[in-house]
Every structure is written in structure tokens, then in C-alpha cells.
Design a protein around this ligand. Structure first.
Ligand code: ARG
Length: 254
């Protein structure tokens, strides 16, 4: 007896009705690295944030539900969890870089970010130059663009595994200052205890843009993500989640 050969084999995973491949049936599986407020963080036992809201819309477009998996940030550069079929995409406030592009494909940019220096109030440091002249200690999240920037400027920053660990490093005085994405600093400073203990220093215009990554060659999913990003920018959906999670829209918009 002949068996049908036209359909894709099941162990390769599932596809949506639109032909987008998924690693698990009925689910858009997102790898991220927690916490990265305001993009993804836990609130009342749920992972929420800007990226979560954006990818929820992609899931809706595909007629499935988003599931979020927390994985080490190190994976994001190599795309290991995408290649192994653990996740369909990565959404992690992740900057599009040429180095990362060698291993993963990115959506169109969905967010412009800068780096910022955040220092303990008592260090009185306001810039990277000040860290150097004052012989202060600097920290960054390991594997991030903030860390790369600090290294390019000749620093050897203390590497912390997560943004939480970066914040703790400042709190405990292990480091005097850190370089990290500005939106994260903004969200930290909403906590009065942080606002009292730390000072926002210089903005570092690195010209970074965030993208959602997919496995190399997964053009169908990438196209679906791009479509949602473009449509949400056009229909006001993007602005709504921006205001909800980031804050007032930049003045120069529109
Ligand atoms: N934007 C920075 C980068 O791409 C930091 C991202 C860190 N994200 C996270 N979820 N921990 O390197």
C-alpha cells in the first residue's frame, strides 16, 4: 500500500493554515531572557511587556497562542534554541547586529534604542569618561551591546548574567556604574528606591535598533512578523503598546 507523501512529516513540527512553520502545535514559542523591563518581565506571575504585546499580535495573526520560554542570553547570538527547535523566535529587546545576523535572521527593526550610563548617587559619576578618570568600576550585562560598547571604549566591565544581576551589582556597590539599554534604566528609575540611590548619566547614541530573530531561512515566519510590525505602526497599535509599556511617544513622531 502506498502512503501519501505530499504532506510534511510530523516530526518536523507543525504549520499554521498560512503555511508558517511552528515548533509546537497551536503555539508560537518565544525565547527570551528575563527580566528585561519594559520589554519582558514578570508581573503577578505573568510575563508581560512591550515585546510580549507585539508578539501576541503575531500569534493572533497566525491564529495561535504565544508561549514564552526563558533562556540564557548567550543563546541569542548563536541562535542555538532556534536551530534546535526549542523556539520559533526570540524577542528580547535584542539589537540587530552584523555579528548576530551571521547566525539568525532578523525582522524589520521595531524599536530604536540608545545606551545609558547609570551610576550610584554617591559615586557622582555621570559619564564613561568620568568612570575612567575617577577610577570607578563599571558593569554591563554579558553578551550585550552595552558590554561591547564599554569594551570598545577601552573598559573591562564586570559581566553580569542578567539585567537583574546588573541592578544588584549597583545596589550592593560591586560596581559604581553600568552601561545598559536606556529603556531598562527608565523602567528601573520608576522605583523610588532606585531613583534615590542611582543617577542617570549620559546617553550613548549607539544608533541601535531592536529586531525579532528567527532561524536562518525561516522567511515565512519572518514575513509574518514584519507584516505585524508594519501594520501595527500604521494602525496605531504600535503607538498604543509604546505608550502602555515605554511611555509618551517621542515628540518627533508623525
Ligand atoms: N539590546 C541589548 C542587546 O541586544 C540588550 C538586550 C538584553 N536583553 C535581554 N532580554 N536580557 O545586546
Amino acid at each position: 500500500m502506498l502512503t501519501a507523501t505530499a504532506c510534511a512529516s510530523d516530526d518536523e513540527g507543525e504549520t499554521t493554515s498560512g503555511g508558517v512553520p511552528l515548533v509546537a502545535k497551536g503555539t508560537l514559542t518565544t525565547c527570551t531572557h528575563l527580566p528585561y523591563p519594559p520589554f519582558q518581565f514578570e508581573r503577578d506571575g505573568k510575563v508581560v511587556g512591550f515585546d510580549v504585546a507585539l508578539i501576541d499580535r503575531v500569534a493572533k495573526e497566525l491564529g495561535v497562542k504565544q508561549k514564552i520560554v526563558d533562556t540564557p542570553f548567550e543563546n541569542f547570538k548563536t541562535g542555538a534554541f532556534l536551530n534546535s527547535g526549542e523556539c520559533d523566535l526570540a524577542a528580547a529587546g535584542m539589537t540587530i547586529t552584523d555579528e548576530r545576523k551571521k547566525n539568525v535572521d532578523f525582522s524589520v527593526p521595531y524599536f530604536d534604542a540608545t545606551q545609558a550610563l547609570l551610576a550610584t548617587a554617591k559615586s557622582k559619576v555621570t559619564s564613561l569618561a568620568g568612570v575612567k578618570t575617577g577610577k570607578r568600576t563599571l558593569g554591563a550585562q554579558s553578551g550585550t551591546t552595552g558590554e561591547s560598547h564599554a569594551k570598545e571604549q577601552g573598559f573591562d566591565p564586570v559581566a553580569f548574567e542578567s539585567s537583574d544581576a546588573v541592578l544588584n551589582g549597583l545596589r550592593t556597590g560591586q560596581v559604581d556604574a553600568v552601561v545598559i539599554d536606556y529603556p531598562v534604566v527608565q523602567s528601573w528609575l520608576k522605583d523610588p528606591a532606585n531613583a534615590q540611590a542611582f543617577r542617570l548619566g549620559e546617553h550613548i547614541q549607539t544608533g541601535e535598533q531592536y529586531g525579532i530573530s528567527v532561524k536562518k531561512g525561516n522567511d515565512k515566519l519572518r514575513a509574518a512578523i514584519d507584516k505585524v510590525i508594519k501594520e501595527s505602526r500604521a494602525d496605531g497599535g504600535y503607538n498604543r503598546i509604546y505608550e502602555q509599556w515605554i511611555g509618551p511617544l517621542p515628540q518627533d513622531q508623525g
